[in-house]
Design a protein around this ligand. Structure first.
Ligand code: ZN
Length: 595
């Protein structure tokens, strides 16, 4: 909480990595990345060593820039934080070159066999560094507080194309002995969790001047259609937040094993294939990840306890972008939905629970596991309160100024508060008291001065859910003109358990099991699980063995194991689906299903 990153072994005050050069090749058969990470170091006077983070890496050799070996020691392994690697600094140029290889189980890389891809012909590999997994495929200072620029040369087997969260220098590849080599460079310094690498049968389709879609070739047409509005999103985001500072903004559609909806890697946003609904109804995730180009990427929280700065600002911007693109009512629906999730989380965790505060205490915890909706929704709700107090125009211009002042820096909540006081509150004690800044940041629960969002459309949807609950036939509900957002809300608002005949009636009337919208399908399947609905089991099994997105998979398994009815299904399906899931998700599910 005092600004030191407790989730990294690095001691940046002593010696700090400022640039990474990665020269690596992918051994798809052995599921290993092998290579050299050359780190440029900035050392303070008198510093004798630099401390790096590693996890599940085999260190082969360490040398200075001219090839002379450097002494090093590896600390004791910790299952979450990995091992500290302490390297004696060279006398000359402050460069440290680490030759290493990853283990097949290194959790930062996910290797997929050809048959686990959409195309089915060529394997796929992707990295996922958030929150502290980059250390398991690159030995560097894996800390949010240590920003580093990078360049890379990645060699892949024939038939594969490599992409990274960086400028692509050789998009067509340079053939060498049946292999292909790709060059990358990112001049802007970023925290290591934003370094991203993927390789597979990947093609590209531009959708705008600065925007385009990378995807498995088999998915490229669908993906380019689904995300065709990306350039307009980027333009709206700039109108609110100021200039986009990263050059291009491309998007990579990942295979189903990708555990998140999206990941905001600079220049290369990752998205889940579950967003391919066929009607552009799930593209708010793209708006969210684009918003991270300002919040989280341009400025980064200096510790994981300040994570809300990242997600709270992002959700606020996401809602503003959606308001500009789709109108106030659609944006209000998203906001209402978020507040409902926040309220549910507070109810689940307890109104006094420390994890319902914005500033979190994550000592000894994996920041990747500690994430709830609280930093997202409560963070955005705080910004709404400030906006309501000072007016939208003044708040927007403050935001642009903040993005400017904090650009390419890692900042704590305290630094943001100081900036807010200086540039917006300007000594107005009454204003700060009305906002209740302290209470929002450091007290648990839902502050009573939040701006409660309202959506007349969702209120009507809730009314229909109540009518259904009190006996009205499904066919007689007023559902004309409903889109995916309304259906999802309807399914979430229905009280469970439902008797089997009423579930069947709903399913027959609206055919939710055939929905191409993953959110609607998930809400339907969860309703079915909570109602112990046997006929839905094949649909649940199909969904869980073809989708690896944690947001859907975790709650479905959690709901299944709650009952003697569901537990055997959970165990059988997990056994089948496990190879599809990302390592971190599989480990979490082990705790749910295996425990
Ligand atoms: Zn986010």
């Amino acid at each position: 909480v005092n600004g030191r990153d407790i989730h990294s072994h690095a001691r940046p005050d002593e010696a700090r990595v400022v640039h990474l050069s990665l020269d690596a090749s992918l051994d798809v058969e052995a599921r290993r990345l092998r290579g050299r990470a050359t780190l440029r170091i900035e050392a303070s006077p008198g510093a004798e060593a630099v401390t790096l983070d590693t996890r599940d890496l085999r260190i082969v050799a360490i040398s200075d820039g001219s090839g002379a070996a450097l002494p090093f020691t590896l600390g004791d392994p910790d299952p979450v934080f990995g091992r500290a690697l302490r390297v004696t600094l060279p006398d000359g140029e402050p460069v440290v070159a680490v030759d290493y290889e990853t283990e097949p189980g290194s959790p930062g890389l996910h290797w997929l066999a050809a048959e686990q891809t959409a195309g089915g012909r060529i394997p796929f590999v992707f990295s996922q560094g958030h929150a502290i997994l980059t250390r398991s495929w690159i030995p560097t200072q894996d800390s949010v507080a240590v920003r580093q620029s990078y360049d890379a040369r990645i060699t892949v087997p024939e038939g594969m194309t490599a992409v990274m969260s960086a400028e692509h220098l050789t998009p067509d590849g340079v053939p060498a002995d049946g292999e292909r080599c790709f060059g990358f460079r990112l001049r802007e310094p970023i925290p290591p969790y934003l370094i991203a690498l993927a390789a597979g049968d990947i093609g590209f389709r531009p959708v705008g001047a600065r925007t385009g879609i990378f995807a498995e070739r088999a998915l490229l047409d669908r993906a380019a259609w689904e995300f065709a509005e990306m350039e307009r999103m980027l333009e709206e985001a700039e109108r609110i937040a100021g200039p986009y500072r990263w050059g291009r903004a491309d998007l990579l559609v990942l295979p189903p094993a990708f555990p998140f909806g999206g990941m905001e890697n600079p220049r290369l946003i990752y998205v889940s294939p579950t967003l391919l609904a066929g009607d552009r109804s799930l593209t708010t995730v793209v708006a969210h990840e684009l918003a991270h180009a300002w919040a989280g990427n341009l400025f980064t929280p200096a510790t994981w306890s300040d994570f809300w700065l990242n997600e709270g600002f992002t959700v606020y911007l996401e809602l503003r972008i959606q308001e500009a693109l789709q109108g106030a009512e659609r944006a209000a629906m998203l906001e209402v939905y978020g507040h409902r999730e926040w309220e549910a989380a507070v109810q689940r965790l307890g109104a006094d629970a420390p994890d319902t505060r914005l500033r979190l205490d994550l000592a000894g915890r994996d920041p990747g596991d500690a994430v709830t909706v609280v930093p997202y929704v409560k963070g955005a709700a705080l910004l709404r309160v400030i906006e309501a107090e000072v007016g939208r125009e003044r708040f927007t211009s403050y935001l642009r100024g903040w993005f400017e002042r904090a650009a390419f820096r890692s900042v704590t909540t305290a630094e943001w508060v100081a900036d807010l006081r200086e540039h917006l509150l300007a000594g107005d004690a009454g204003l700060e008291a009305r906002i209740g800044l302290r209470r929002w940041l450091d007290e648990p629960g839902v502050p009573e001065n939040r701006v409660v969002p309202r959506s007349v459309v969702l209120e009507a949807v809730e009314h229909e859910a109540e009518r259904f609950g009190s006996g009205t036939a499904a066919a007689r509900l007023a559902t004309d003109g409903w889109r995916a957002q309304e259906w999802r809300h309807f399914l979430t608002a229905i009280r469970t358990p439902l008797p089997g005949n009423r579930l069947r009636e709903l399913g027959d009337a609206f055919r939710f099991a055939a929905s191409a919208n993953a959110e609607v399908l998930f809400a339907w399947l969860r309703l079915a699980v909570r109602s112990h609905h046997d006929p839905a089991i094949p649909d649940i099994e199909r969904f869980l063995t073809s989708c690896g997105r944690a947001k859907f998979v975790r709650p479905l398994f959690a709901a299944l194991v709650e009952s003697a009815w569901g537990r055997p299904h959970a165990e059988r399906i997990f056994g089948r689906a496990r190879p599809l899931y990302h390592a971190a998700l599989a480990a979490a599910l082990e705790g749910i299903v295996g425990g």
